[in-house]
Design a protein around this ligand. Structure first.
Ligand SMILES: [Zn+2]
Length: 434
């Protein structure tokens, strides 16, 4: 009898505790729902339009340290439109929160402020010009200051000291980021001028898409000046049109290389099979490094390579997570390759960064009042369907000689200065390109 009473009492206590816990949970949830304006604000109501404080302060260059040892080579990888949220999304989707991707293996990292001379939110042209020249400029300008004066860019400076440079992109090679490292024009869409300046430059290897920008309209291209620049390229450079041609190229042959692997951009999620015929960013990086070593063996000082994961930005513009993941994978693989190269070649500095964020990507719990579990919602929060750039800073990661300068908060112009500080430059040497 006594035992039955005890069992009955325990059962009542357990049920009572369960009801109490449920009531407490329910009360807490209601409290959260009542106090958080979830689902009550319209899209307009959630937005705030605030003018930035007037810019009364001159830009203060970051104090750089003299690296304990200098680099001979620099690989700069740019994820167009890639900030912390794109990197975090890629990590979460592919390996979970405790996994580590290529950039996580870098010993030094910092934060880069990206504003342009005439806007809080930069475009790719202005930001890449900051990286290539160390100057802020207006959006759409390439290799010019805000008064349209020509600025010497990094590849020109390095050319005078016997270095060779390569530019790689998964977009058209005439696109803003690669263009900023070679061209000087006031409008990034002036592709006739950009491509002509590329052919006239001392860059030893161009790899990307964009054949149409080298052919006149009469021949199915996009040039308005009537020039058949593709023919001129095949006279002045080694022209490569397929991945197979690139793989079969005899690296001991002389000459500058122009690889144009697609009429416009290189494959993307719409045409994934093109990877069979078109190289990945890693393929292009490996080729350009091997090619650079040929020039170094023939008397050049060292190499600079800029490799861009161009379409991370495009995925943000069209608000497509699968596309973003695909492009991040391509870039992550190239970053990994570069890092391994630098681990084996201690005279190589690798820098990974972005020009700006695109899409306003957010990572939030699938249920906004439940922070538990693995299910998260990824959402693009700039102009749904036609996303735009945002003004949030981007990360920078560095490995190798001079990497210690890529820490703390940097302006995008500091990246140029930190790259240059890592290298030994001697303009008496002169160009090693005939
Ligand atoms: Zn961009």
């Amino acid at each position: 009898m006594k035992t039955k009473l005890i069992i009955g009492g325990v059962a009542i206590l357990v049920v009572g505790a369960a009801i109490g816990a449920w009531a407490t949970y329910s009360f807490a949830q209601n409290l959260i729902m009542e106090n958080l304006p979830i689902g009550t604000a319209s899209l307009d109501e959630k937005d705030s339009y605030i003018e930035a404080a007037p810019d009364l302060n001159p830009l203060q260059p970051k104090q750089l340290k003299v690296p304990s040892s200098k680099a001979k080579n620099v690989i700069l990888l740019i994820g167009d439109g890639m900030s912390i949220s794109q990197i975090s999304a890629y990590r979460l989707i592919n390996g979970g929160p405790n996994s580590r991707i290529s950039v996580d293996k870098f010993p030094y990292s910092g934060i880069v402020l990206t504003h342009s001379e005439n806007g809080i939110v930069t475009d790719s042209a202005s930001s890449a010009t900051a990286y290539s020249t160390g100057f802020k400029t207006n959006n759409t300008y390439l290799g010019l200051d805000a008064n349209k004066n020509i600025l010497e860019n990094l590849t020109e400076t390095l050319d005078r000291s016997g270095y060779i440079s390569s530019l790689l992109a998964t977009s058209e090679i005439t696109h803003a980021t690669p263009a900023a490292f070679v061209a000087h024009v006031d409008l990034r869409w002036k592709t006739d001028e950009i491509s002509s300046q590329m052919v006239d430059s001392n860059i030893v290897t161009f790899l990307g898409g964009g054949r149409h920008f080298f052919l006149p309209e009469e021949m199915g291209g996009k040039r308005e000046d009537g020039r058949n620049l593709l023919q001129e390229v095949s006279d002045s450079h080694v022209l490569l049109k397929t991945k197979e041609e690139m793989n079969n190229f005899d690296l001991n042959l002389p000459g500058r290389v122009f690889g144009l692997f697609a009429d416009e951009h290189i494959r993307n999620i719409e045409t994934p099979d093109n990877h069979v015929f078109e190289p990945s960013l890693t393929d292009m990086l490996e080729f350009s490094v091997n090619r650079s070593e040929y020039f170094i063996d023939n008397g050049c000082t060292g190499f600079f390579i800029m490799a861009e994961g161009s379409q991370v930005d495009w995925a943000g513009h069209v608000n497509n997570m699968d596309y973003l993941n695909n492009e991040m994978k391509d870039l992550d693989s190239a970053v990994d390759w570069a890092l391994n190269y630098a681990i084996e070649n201690s005279d190589t500095l690798v820098v990974v960064t972005a020009d700006h964020e695109t899409g306003g990507l957010l990572i939030e719990p699938a249920n906004p009042v439940d922070y538990t579990g693995d299910k998260v919602k990824f959402s693009f929060n700039t102009a749904v369907g036609r996303g735009t750039h945002t003004g949030v800073p981007v990360p920078v990661y560095a490995y190798g000689p001079g990497a210690e300068n890529f820490t703390g908060t940097l302006d995008n112009t500091d990246i140029y200065r930190a790259i240059l500080a890592s290298l030994e430059t001697d303009s008496d040497l002169g160009s090693c390109i005939n």
